[in-house]
Design a protein around this ligand. Structure first.
Ligand SMILES: [Mn+2]
Length: 337
């Protein structure tokens, strides 16, 4: 279970293997990662809705709080939490893990999942993780898990409608920065066009997700911008948000999503690091434009992710961790690739 996958960018497993298991299953439990994002939640909701349309009994589970900006997606049904995993997994013949295959991201479920590997399938686009199951479809070339979820639904000829399309659009548009990030490709644009044709308005979706902030989040963003430091001829930007910043602004830890990208507004910045004090841990988000593989950097500190977007958690003190990350970034960058 602890074996790390290779971390390269090859496809592992196949759509057919995963779709075959979904076709057979009668009772399906869908699970995404802790600190859930639009891609994990949108993929989960789309597959759940389509599977129900195909006559399956479906439950969803999220090990963590759903961010407020994505709450509208779940106004009619609420996914279960970690404490319901025992009962929900017992009642399922198939457990689908979406948008992760790293136990570190499946807070509180690691032990239980270890005993259920023959009942698990994985659909994910991250290159690093753990061996959760023999039956996986891991495609790091996919822009988002949502692209893959849409392909699974199509392959199974499960019903597709505007509700499912909206969930898939939420998945893909949030994971590509509304089609601005380097992972945006023809495969995802064709899917986005197809789903938009089903009657979903991407502009309304954008407003719901990104233009519904609380003033407290903007107050936190002021602190974030004030904390910004530059290193290595301003190729690296480092930002910190400390416990006091949350206490004094009234912002929530769940409201830091995407803030790391603010540093990429600056032309010289090749890569950005955001460190967030989260009670007894520090949560780090890393982004890169091109040259630096931040997944490799995160890996040195027990984290993982993609080449251009990665993360980690540490119990180190925030300033010590920051200093070590800056040193490690310098080594990685001068190694050049
Ligand atoms: Mn994703």
């Amino acid at each position: 279970m602890s074996e790390k996958s290779s971390g390269n960018h090859e496809v592992v497993g196949s759509l057919d293997a995963v779709a075959g298991r979904l076709a057979e299953a009668g009772n399906i439990l869908l699970v995404t990662h802790g600190r859930p994002d639009g891609d994990g939640l949108g993929s989960m909701l789309a597959l759940a809705t389509a599977a129900r349309g195909a006559g399956k009994d479906v439950h969803m589970l999220v090990p963590g709080e759903i961010p407020a900006r994505l709450g509208f997606m779940f106004d009619r049904q609420h996914p279960g939490g970690t404490d319901e995993f025992g009962a929900l997994s017992e009642a399922s013949d198939l457990i689908v893990i979406l948008d992760t295959h790293a136990l570190a991201q499946l807070d509180g479920l690691a032990d239980a999942l270890g005993r259920l590997s023959d009942r698990i399938v994985v659909i994910d686009h991250h290159s690093t993780g753990d061996a959760l199951s023999e039956v996986v479809w891991i495609d790091p070339s996919a822009a988002a898990t949502g692209v893959m979820a849409g392909e699974v639904i199509d392959a199974l000829k499960w019903p597709m409608d505007a509700t499912i399309a909206e969930a898939l659009l939420a998945a893909v548009l949030t994971d590509t920065g509304w089609l601005r990030f380097a992972n945006t490709d023809g495969r995802c644009l064709r899917a986005v066009a197809h789903w938009t044709d089903l009657g979903v308005r991407p502009d309304i979706l954008y407003r719901k997700i990104y233009q519904s902030d609380r003033p407290q989040r903007l107050a936190l963003m002021i602190r974030l911008l004030q904390s910004m430091e530059f290193r290595f001829d301003s190729q690296l930007a480092v930002m910190t948000l400390r416990s006091g910043d949350f206490d004094e602004t009234g912002a929530l830890r769940s409201e830091t999503e995407n803030m790391v990208n603010e540093a990429l507004r600056i032309g010289t910045v090749e890569s950005a690091i955001l460190l967030v004090e989260d009670h007894d841990q520090v949560r780090v988000s890393l982004r890169s434009r091109d040259h630096v593989d931040v997944a490799k950097l995160a890996g040195q500190f027990g984290g993982g992710g993609h080449r251009r977007a990665a993360g980690l958690r540490s119990s180190m003190q925030i300033d010590d961790l920051k200093a070590q990350l800056i040193t490690a970034w310098g080594k990685e960058f001068s190694a050049g690739d």
